[in-house]
Design a protein around this ligand. Structure first.
Ligand code: NAD
Ligand code: DAU
Length: 351
């Protein structure tokens, strides 16, 4: 069946992997990528598919309601996969307003356009909102986030994502808009902007720069390879049930310090350094304000109901990831220009 799908935020990290998967797997679909190309958007992430017949790029901002409505009229979308967001917790602490605007108002614009354009005839239509496990707050040493865990967001980023999730559900209950939501754990893999822990650490190891670890490095994240997230998005978009939420996670919990030691160990081997050399770069810095201790996802619902499971182990995924960053130095260098260096200087204070 032919479909025209709006994917927002497709020039970012996860969006670019979702677009690549859909473009290659569904040649009969038309995929329209709406992205404002903020500091995090990079068309280089899509170079290999950008000339395909079933791909269109629209540069634009989801907070611009008129533009969003115009695109619905122009393309008559059957579905929306909404990834565009401000995504970095540290930036939300220094500048919450941008997160409120993009993550909440931008989502409302898309919901309104879908509702108005589809005019209550929702057959074969779907609005898929991509969210995060951070909406559930922070875990202690035990337990997992499930789909029924109460929301308890603690950063401006997670509060803005929680708010957008509530609005998506409100449009389901009030207007019967056919929505589906997924809440995913930390992704890693190629093309991630180097403000996030893993690409930042790999780049610093390569250039013998300090690897900044917040606090004591005891915080725990549940890591998932980005292509396994993209596969889950494909499955939920096509097989998920309207009105449902699915949690997606890697079942790969690591303390930050253990993760960084692992990166250092692999990098030593790949860079021909003596074992232990890279880990000397580890530097403990002032903690993130309100730093959530632990995230861990119970993904049994998507596994049991839709048959999803990760395709790679953490050891396989992290090897591929480090290899990709070491092989794609040009991609990294073109990102790390003057403005990013300035952000870096402001962000890290020694403890
Ligand atoms: P990213 O920061 O790498 O990419 C975000 C993209 O959205 C960029 O291309 C950017 O240009 C675009 N964008 C930002 N503001 C926009 C606006 N106003 N209008 C149009 N485009 C805009 O983010 P990511 O890590 O790929 O995350 C994508 C989505 O997945 C987000 O919704 C995020 O909350 C969610 N998520 C991320 C993770 C993760 O580990 N990275 C985990 C779970 C959920
Ligand atoms: O859980 C899903 C979320 O994962 C997504 O919703 C977010 O968009 C994504 O950015 C990510 O959020 P985190 O805050 O967990 O990711 P980040 O890479 O920023 O940090 C991972 C952990 O590493 C966290 O405990 C903070 C710590 N950290 C991070 C940076 C950037 C450091 O110790 N040093 C650093 O320099």
């Amino acid at each position: 069946m032919q479909k025209t799908i709006l994917i927002t935020g497709g020039a970012g990290f996860i969006g670019s992997h979702v677009i690549r998967l859909f473009i290659n797997k569904y040649p009969d679909y038309k995929i329209v990528n709406l992205d404002a190309l903020t500091y995090a958007g990079n068309l280089e992430n899509l170079e290999d598919i950008s000339s395909k017949d079933n791909y269109r790029f629209e540069k634009g901002d989801i907070t611009d309601a008129e533009l969003v409505n115009t695109l619905f009229k122009k393309y008559a979308f059957d579905g929306v996969i909404h990834l565009a967001a401000e995504s970095h917790v540290d930036r939300s602490i220094s500048d919450p307003g941008t997160f409120i605007k993009t993550n909440i108002l931008g989502t409302v614009n898309l919901l309104n356009a879908a509702r108005n354009f589809w005019k209550d005839n929702f057959e074969n239509k779907r609005f898929y909102h991509i969210s995060t496990d951070e909406v559930y707050g922070s875990l202690g040493n035990e337990g997992f986030f499930s789909e029924t865990t109460a929301y308890d967001p603690r950063s401006p980023y997670s509060a803005s994502k929680a708010s957008s999730d509530h609005l998506v559900r409100a449009y389901l209950h009030t207007y019967k808009l056919p929505v589906v939501i997924t809440n995913c754990s930390n992704n890693y893999g190629p093309n991630q902007f180097p403000e996030k822990l893993i690409p930042l650490a790999i780049n610093n190891i390569k250039h013998n720069k300090p690897i900044p670890i917040y606090g004591k490095g005891e915080n725990i994240r549940d890591w998932l390879y980005v292509i396994d997230h993209a596969n889950a998005v494909d499955l939920v978009f096509h097989k998920g049930k309207n009105g449902e939420t699915y949690n997606i996670g890697g079942n790969n919990e690591r303390t930050n310090i253990a993760l960084i030691h692992k990166l250092c160990e692999i990098a030593d081997r790949k860079l021909g350094r003596k074992p232990g050399v890279s880990s000397k770069l580890i530097t403990f810095v002032k903690d993130r304000a309100g730093h959530d201790l632990r995230y861990a996802i119970d993904s049994s619902k998507i596994q049991n109901e839709l048959g999803w499971k990760p395709s790679v182990t953490f050891d396989e995924g992290i090897e591929k990831t480090i290899e990709w960053y070491l092989q794609n130095e040009g991609w990294m260098n073109r990102i790390i220009d003057g403005s990013y260096e300035k952000y870096y200087e402001n962000q890290y204070e020694k403890r």
